[in-house]
Design a protein around this ligand. Structure first.
Ligand code: GLV
Ligand code: MN
Ligand code: MN
Length: 446
């Protein structure tokens, strides 16, 4: 591969990237992500670049009151993040491509087979943190910068990727961009998914200027990935407990999402005797408690974090309650048993309450074991001392692992909090992550 096009490559401090259209600046007294909490002032080129890129993304989709992010796929905030990505690619003279599923690619070298690909996602959960996703994309750009600073000339193409709609916060199915690309979800099913307002993925893509007819499995784009390495903030306390800033992922717990519909009878809160009620909230509440207990006994996790109540009136017994179960377990048999047991408990309770219970599966991701050879290369590239640890969190890397050699790096999260504005990683650890990623890319790209 010819040497990088260094025209316009950022010097010590990269350009901030384009302004985020429509994104409000943080409100008075509300700091940006981790501002003042370990920011590296006057540090290395990588430290300065990292902080500059994180700060450039910081206002996009941010709620000044809570400091949390709302960057749902194909919304204005997502489009602003996409603009940011395009600006960072252009600033480095990297060719930018967008595949038919809305995944963004920035190329160091000619797009083609055997590429070493790194990146993550830019969308968020409702009221999410600043690091889940963006840290992997920012670190990817910074690692490329670091290699170029060292005049490394990779033998293989290197690509930075931002996958579309990883969190599934808008259309219910996580990792839509990587699932579509790899054929893990059928195209027509994905395009027909709807958000809370009834807008389909196809319509959302169209409204954002993308052509949904181009969506679906794409063997050519997938075939370019020789290896994929996703760097991510750790979403638990594994690395804190191990006293290590960086770790290598072993695998991902099997997990999935199930939609529960509890259907009863709307009625007056002041005149309907308790014995006469068919109250779906009661069945739902019992199901939540039952899920928690069953998960604890199974050594697994079960969460109802989203609920829709109709008609949602203080003085009305609801007619329906929809609740979404997120369940995760160390192995697939345990997950299946847990989900079946929660479904049975809900049905039995519904019979007592005069409530009908219907359960539909929204997505299931099997257990993932990352490529052992690639994992070993990561551990070796990091000097041999990096700990290896599993996670219960889902990632695009988990989807791609079924099709291409895939691995993950985790960066320590001092509190373990994630999917919350409190999510955090110290700048010094993020910089260590970038150094680690650069070492891995150098090893893999030759
Ligand atoms: C994504 O972060 C997930 O684990 O759901
Ligand atoms: Mn997440
Ligand atoms: Mn993530």
């Amino acid at each position: 591969m010819s040497g990088p096009d260094r025209a316009g490559r950022p010097a010590a401090v990269p350009p901030a990237g384009p302004a985020a259209p429509g994104s409000g600046a943080p409100g008075p007294g509300v700091p940006g992500p981790a501002a003042g909490r370990g920011a590296v002032a006057g540090g290395s080129a990588t430290a300065v670049r990292f902080r500059s890129l994180l700060d450039a993304l910081a206002p996009i989709g941010r709620d000044p009151a809570s400091g949390g992010y709302r960057r749902f796929g194909w919304t204005a905030a997502d489009l602003a993040c996409r603009e940011w990505f395009a600006g960072e690619a252009a600033a480095r003279g990297m060719d930018r491509t967008v595949d038919g599923n809305g995944n963004l690619w920035a190329w160091w070298g000619t797009p083609g087979p055997g590429a070493v690909v790194t990146g993550s996602h830019l969308d968020s959960v409702p009221n999410g943190g600043a690091y889940d996703g963006p840290l992997g994309v920012i670190s990817a750009f910074c690692a490329v910068d670091e290699l170029r600073d060292r005049d490394v000339t990779p033998a293989r193409p290197v690509a930075v990727v931002a996958f579309a709609d990883e969190e599934g916060a808008r259309f219910g199915v996580a990792c839509l961009g990587s699932r579509l690309l790899s054929g893990a979800i059928e195209r027509d099913r994905a395009l027909a998914l709807t958000d809370a307002d009834g807008t389909s993925l196809a319509d959302a893509m169209r409204a954002a200027g993308a052509d949904p007819r181009a969506a679906g499995a794409d063997p050519e784009v997938l075939g370019r990935i020789g290896a994929f390495v996703e760097l991510h903030v750790e979403q638990g306390r594994g690395l804190v407990d191990l006293g290590a800033p960086i770790g290598v992922a072993t695998g991902i717990w099997p997990h999935g999402r199930w939609r529960y519909r509890f259907a009863g009878e709307a009625n007056h809160a002041g005149t309907t005797r308790l014995a006469d009620r068919r109250d779906p909230m009661l069945t739902f509440a019992n199901t939540v408690l039952s899920a928690r207990k069953k998960a604890r006994l199974a050594g697994a996790l079960a969460t109802f974090g989203r609920v829709t109540v109709v008609p949602n009136g203080t003085n009305a017994v609801p007619s329906t309650v929809d609740g979404w179960l997120d369940a995760r377990a160390p192995d697939e048999a345990t997950l299946q048993e847990l989900v079946a047991a929660i479904g049975q408990a809900a049905t039995e309770r519904g019979q007592r309450d005069g409530v009908e219970v219907a359960v539909s599966t929204e997505s299931v991701t099997p257990a993932v074991a990352f490529d052992p050879t690639l994992r070993q290369r990561l551990v070796a590239a990091l000097g041999g001392g990096a700990p290896e640890l599993p996670t219960g969190a889902g990632h695009d890397a988990g989807i791609l692992a079924a099709r291409v050699p895939t691995a993950m790096l985790f960066v320590r999260n001092p509190t373990g909090v994630s999917h919350s504005p409190a999510e955090y990683a110290a700048d010094a650890d993020c910089v260590a992550g970038i150094h680690a990623l650069a070492a891995v890319l150098e090893d893999l790209a030759g």
